[in-house]
Design a protein around this ligand. Structure first.
Ligand code: M6R
Length: 611
């Protein structure tokens, strides 16, 4: 939540910062601001999108080779010009941008007010710049030392950048619990919440660790801990390409990411399987093979769409590896005093690898001795770094706030994980594994086929775009698909939608059904199809309108459904990889027809780095 960009070097800072903020806008988009240092400190900030800020700054002077920018997702203080970052010290010399939450801000604020500081916003962030100013005035310390001392007093999460009029050739950056990447150029440095603002200038980056700060000058970089221990940073070479973070001719990132799924699913399994030999190679599993084989249970922690992928994994791991699984909302788990032992394996699933609740959940599990296996998309993010082992999903950058290709990539990896443990335990025969793997290899082409229903789905979207409620039903492997379909619709179209296990409907939600209620039923071929057909009849008997996702060639469901969308046939456990596709497209088209901003839905942000 919130995106930050900083630059120091020989180029004009403003265009780099604005372009960077546009790339980071997925992290928050209720206001934006920049600070530029060139003899004086110029600050421009505005409620609204980065484009509103750009329009506001259009006629203003922007020349500077040092600067920073921020795009906000409000926590403390409503979105407004005055609450937008950067925030400035009372002497007008210091300025700060911040991503995170300063939890003890009110006690610091009280103290600062007592000491004569005047506050100009309702944010938690502003206390920090007053504190830094106060330390500087009291102790006459250098800028970096004042920031360091101030950070020792802060409780909470932060990624900050600070600049000072008195130190025109220096930027101070620091992080704890919020991500920060430093791009290393020649005679220039870039700072950002993720690598996307940096990659067109340099592929060499340093991922700042928690409780580290960077003192950045044009020709030098010093990294030390908040406890003042100088570090020897590791420079990573990024594999990210510029085209991966651009729309590539699609109208929206979400649509591009939906259409990328044949490729992203393929990339998730690339080099990891060989159906002819019945081979699965998840290198992260190697060291923990015995642990997984002997596990008495597996806990899965995640949020949102990643939690839905975790539910699919519950079915997969119990079916194929025969290990009991519990899937937990990370936000509940972390505060529940859960029973965790050293025997437990905790799988954390996260696209961003930065979700605060998931991170806290694994820290808790780790402190009790559990082994953490992280499944994440963003390379170098916090969750993989906090895990004992794991696997990257390799779906490529996901920029649309609604998660699409990350989900199918997570399910792909979880499938491999379940089968691999099953194989190691002798729970799956080699011939069966070969069959399953070749079914998985066929999935990208089948996703391609599922995407060909786009026009039919668009027509269905036209018919239902004005509905007030939707019900999504599924059973077995398709129950998490129903949840995911409902989440996609509500988050981007603002239509109320509920996902339910189909049979559970008669314990309450059936009361909602009338002729105005669209009911999306995932009714694909499998062991439980007969049962779900009965559930469809229950809906029809109450005049509900059925939109059914069925397997190619289906005749039974078609007789009852009002609208039918076909997907290719596959193994039952792989159906979520196909059935999710039409539901993503349905949400996308409905949201577009309702005039919603699908890539940046209201009130949301891509990575939820606050609890
Ligand atoms: O980055 P993560 O996978 O940890 O994010 C978890 C959720 O915040 C995320 O899936 C969210 O629910 C998406 N907006 C769903 O589309």
């Amino acid at each position: 939540m919130c995106g930050i960009v900083g630059y120091i070097g020989f180029r004009e800072a403003y265009p780099i910062i604005i372009k960077g903020l546009q790339r980071l806008e997925y992290r928050g988009y209720d206001s934006a601001g920049v600070a530029l240092l060139n003899g004086e400190m110029r600050i421009y900030k505005k409620q609204g999108k980065v484009s509103d800020l750009e329009a506001f700054v259009a006629d203003q002077p922007t020349s500077a080779t040092v600067g920073m920018g921020h795009t906000r997702w409000a926590t403390h203080g409503a979105p407004s010009d005055r609450n937008s970052h950067p925030h400035t010290s009372n002497n007008g010399k210091l300025s700060i941008i911040h991503n995170g939450i300063i939890e003890n801000y009110s006690s610091i604020k009280e103290e600062m007010i007592k000491r004569g500081h005047v506050f100009n916003s309702d944010t938690d962030t502003e206390v920090l710049i007053h504190l830094i100013e106060d330390i500087q005035e009291k102790t006459n310390q250098t800028l970096d030392e004042s920031v360091r001392i101030a950070l020792k007093e802060v409780v909470g999460a932060y990624a900050i950048v600070v600049i000072s009029k008195d130190h025109p050739d220096e930027i101070i950056a620091a992080r704890k619990g919020s991500p920060m990447v430093i791009g290393v150029g020649e005679g220039e440095y870039f700072i950002a919440s993720d690598a996307s603002p940096i990659i067109e200038y340099t592929k060499n980056v340093i991922f700042l660790n928690d409780s580290e700060m960077a003192i950045v000058k044009r020709d030098s970089l010093v990294i030390k801990t908040i406890d003042n221990v100088v570090q020897d940073p590791y420079i990573h070479e990024l594999e990210l390409q510029l085209e991966m973070i651009e729309k590539g001719g699609y109208e929206h990132f979400m649509l591009k990411e939906i259409y990328e799924q044949p490729r992203s699913i393929y990339d998730s399994m690339r080099g990891r399987i060989n159906s002819k030999d019945g081979f699965i190679g998840l290198s992260g599993l190697n060291e923990y093979e015995e642990k997984f084989k002997n596990a008495e249970r597996i806990l899965i922690v995640a949020c949102g769409t990643s939690w839905h992928a975790g539910l699919v994994a519950e079915y997969l791991i119990e079916d194929y590896a025969r290990i009991p699984v519990e899937v937990e909302y990370a936000s509940e788990f972390r505060y529940r005093n859960p029973i965790i032992t050293e025997k437990d394996i905790v799988i954390a699933i996260s696209q961003s690898g930065e979700t605060a609740d998931s991170l806290a959940a694994i820290e808790l599990a780790k402190s009790k001795g559990a082994t953490i296996f992280g499944i994440c998309n963003v390379v170098g993010s916090s969750i993989p770094r906090a895990s004992n082992a794991g696997a990257y999903t390799h779906a490529g950058p996901e920029i649309g706030v609604a998660s699409t290709k990350a989900f199918t990539a997570q399910v792909t990896i979880l499938t491999l994980l379940a089968w691999s443990i099953g194989q190691k335990k002798g729970a799956i025969k080699k011939t069966r594994l070969m069959e399953l793997l070749s079914a998985l290899e066929a999935i990208p082409a089948k996703v391609e086929k599922a995407l060909q229903s786009n026009d039919e789905i668009k027509a269905i979207a036209e018919r239902f775009k004005d509905a007030h409620n939707f019900l999504y039903l599924g059973r077995g492997y398709n129950f998490p698909v129903a949840l995911e379909g409902a989440l996609k619709l509500k988050e981007i179209s603002y239509i109320h939608a509920e996902g339910y296990p189909a049979a559970e409907m008669k314990h309450g939600p059936i009361a909602l059904i009338d002729e105005n209620m669209p009911v999306v039923v995932v009714a694909t071929k499998g062991t439980i199809l007969e049962k779900i057909i009965s559930n469809i009849q229950e809906v029809k008997a109450r005049k509900g309108v059925i939109i059914a996702i069925v397997t190619e060639g289906d005749v039974e469901v078609r007789k009852m459904a009002d609208y039918v969308i076909e997907i290719p046939e596959t193994e039952e456990c792989l159906v979520p990889l196909l059935a999710t596709i039409p539901l993503q497209l349905l949400s996308y088209h409905i949201a577009i027809m309702r005039g919603c901003n699908v890539d940046q839905p209201r009130n949301l942000a891509k990575s939820v780095t606050v609890e």
